[in-house]
Design a protein around this ligand. Structure first.
Ligand code: CIR
Length: 264
């Protein structure tokens, strides 16, 4: 069984010109596509540098947020589960991802309930279970359906809460290794990381909480020096990636890829 931070594969999707219409909680201006493409290329290069196979999908003009592929599926060793995004403009992105995952996995399962909503950004895979944060995008029916769909694969789903006003559970946390998470104080205060070592993000650097451990590296958003120094001091090998444009539409490091090791 691969560790929850070691992967043979990743899937990314290049941003399209429609990115300027991406969803956002607060409007701080439109993302600059050229700069976002540069950041995206650096992100893909960092994934590849660990030896993983990275499948790069073509831009989708009809879905402004489709660069954020993480929200479309949960990829487990036994199979992939296609999500039902809670944002109506993003619902169709899941069906766009399905054939790519079907080509890699023997078995695809789907969240199908009309009232079930769940986005991958609310799901943190850990060594001991799958934590799923209820949020404005993920509801109880979505969490329950995921638990049903993954039980016979031996997975346990634990429902937790996303702090109010925070887009996704993983907006505020990242798995660093089997016993360590990086998290904001506002999320860690809920007690959902009992039993873990928590590295707190520095005050005022809450947007640094969304990083990814991918094989030997941590892909970390540029511009958060105090949190970066904490992680370096803790022994992690960081690669800083520009995230200024994704951040304008509430995206970060985890959102930009699906990371997985399909069982053969
Ligand atoms: C959205 O609001 O859906 C996008 N603008 C951002 C999605 C970020 N995805 C993620 O955190 N997994």
């Amino acid at each position: 069984m691969p560790r929850s931070y070691t992967f043979t594969h990743a899937i990314t999707r290049r941003p399209s010109a429609a990115i300027v219409d991406g969803l956002r909680a607060v409007d701080t201006g439109a993302p600059d596509l050229a700069l976002m493409l540069d950041h995206h290329a650096a992100y893909v290069a960092a994934l590849k540098s660990t030896g993983a196979e990275v499948i790069e999908l073509a831009p989708l003009e009809e879905y402004p947020d489709s660069v954020f592929v993480e929200d479309t599926a949960l990829c487990l060793p036994e199979g992939a589960v296609i999500m039902r995004p809670g944002a109506p403009s993003r619902l169709g992105e899941a069906a766009e991802m399905a054939p790519h995952l079907a080509a890699l996995y023997g078995e695809l399962r789907r969240i199908e309930g009309e009232d079930s909503f769940i986005e991958g950004g609310d799901i943190l895979m850990t060594e001991t279970g799958i934590l799923v944060g209820r949020s404005a995008r993920t509801n109880a029916a979505g969490v329950a359906e995921l638990a049903r769909l993954t039980a016979d694969w031996g997975h346990r789903v634990h429902e937790v809460h996303t702090p109010p006003g925070v887009l996704h559970f993983k907006t505020d946390c990242s798995l660093m290794d089997e016993e360590t998470v990086l998290a904001t104080d506002r999320l860690a205060a809920s007690g959902c990381f009992a039993g873990y070592r928590v590295i707190p993000v520095a005050a005022g650097e809450e947007a640094a909480a969304n990083a990814i451990r991918f094989n030997g590296k941590v892909l970390f958003p540029a511009g958060f020096p105090r949190t970066r120094d904490r992680l370096v001091k803790a022994g992690y090998d960081l690669t800083e990636i520009g995230n200024s444009e994704c951040a304008k539409i509430d995206g970060g490091m985890s959102c930009l890829s699906l990371r997985f090791t399909p069982a053969r």
